[in-house]
Ligand binder design. Structure first.
Ligand SMILES: NC(=O)c1ccc[n+]([C@@H]2O[C@H](COP(=O)([O-])OP(=O)(O)OC[C@H]3O[C@@H](n4cnc5c(N)ncnc54)[C@H](OP(=O)(O)O)[C@@H]3O)[C@@H](O)[C@H]2O)c1
Length: 240
């Protein structure tokens, strides 16, 4: 039986969520479809202790999202691009162009690759942004609105530009944006809820969601956004 190889590129692979995305990607290959993963790291040795580092389906590439040539060359060699990179707590509160600049480079790379080879598989961009982009006053706690939302607004403003680069594009570029709430590693795994309008999930039984853990987010991204086309061209809000 011949198998299909899908090449997956992960930006932010050394981060909390990226690390777990690698772990879940290593579990989804089947005899029919093999996922060959390239983890991008500014400092590749950071991944030396990853439990799957010896897996033949995992390769580590040195790369920086600020390096245009590097980003474009890496993207052009892959079928699925996952973005799990982010700024830390301090840089996220300052005006920045980290997300929009990265998105512009990745968009251009996908577009150029698809246009120069129209017969190749379409490249999919699977990207983590944040529920801070939700501005519906009825879908957020007041405490959150006056604290975290305000502190990280510079980050959310730039992430909004990032999403808009892909939304409603006329270049047939596929994407999924996943907006998680507060990522908390100290809470147990449980099923997450998905809001199809990119808002904080709300229902009568569980109320308004506000957090989830990184492992559940990573598993959702791999099983529902990478392996499945169920959420293609959607912006999702995800919480417990
Ligand atoms: N934390 C939260 O509560 C929260 C809530 C909602 C959304 N989010 C979003 O969720 C995503 C994942 O969050 P996380 O907390 O798991 O991430 P994280 O642990 O902060 O990891 C960030 C990653 O981004 C990488 N990175 C930063 N600058 C880079 C650059 N110039 N080039 C290449 N890689 C770069 C880091 O690489 P190095 O190892 O080289 O530094 C690291 O792998 C982020 O987009 C974040 O904004 C987070």
């Amino acid at each position: 039986m011949t198998s299909v190889e899908l090449k997956v590129l992960v930006f932010g692979a050394t981060g909390g969520t990226g690390h777990l995305i690698l772990k879940h990607l290593m579990t989804v290959s089947t005899p029919q479809t093999v996922y060959k993963v390239t983890a991008v790291a500014r400092n590749p040795s950071t991944l030396n202790d990853h439990p799957d580092i010896q897996n033949p389906n995992l390769t580590v590439a040195k790369g920086n999202l600020s390096d245009e040539e590097q980003v474009k060359s890496l993207v052009s060699l892959h079928d699925i691009v996952i973005f799990a990179a982010g700024l830390g707590i301090l840089d996220g509160q300052k005006p920045n162009e980290f997300y929009s600049r990265s998105a512009k480079l990745i968009y251009e790379a996908i577009n150029e690759t698809q246009k120069s080879n129209p017969n190749r598989l379409k490249i999919k961009f699977v990207c983590i942004t944040a529920l801070g982009l939700c501005n519906d006053p009825e879908r957020m706690y007041l405490l959150y609105k006056w604290t975290i939302k305000r502190w990280f607004q510079p980050c959310y403003d730039d992430m909004a530009i990032m999403e808009n680069i892909f939304l409603n594009n006329n270049d047939d570029i596929n994407y999924v944006f996943v907006r998680p709430a507060y990522l908390n590693n100290n809470i147990p795994d449980k099923e997450l809820r998905v809001d199809m309008d990119g808002k904080f999930p709300l229902d009568e039984v569980n109320g308004l969601g506000w957090q989830l853990n990184r492992n559940v987010l990573a598993k959702f991204i791999v099983n529902n956004c990478v392996v499945s086309d169920k959420y293609d061209k959607k912006v999702l809000g995800v919480t417990y």
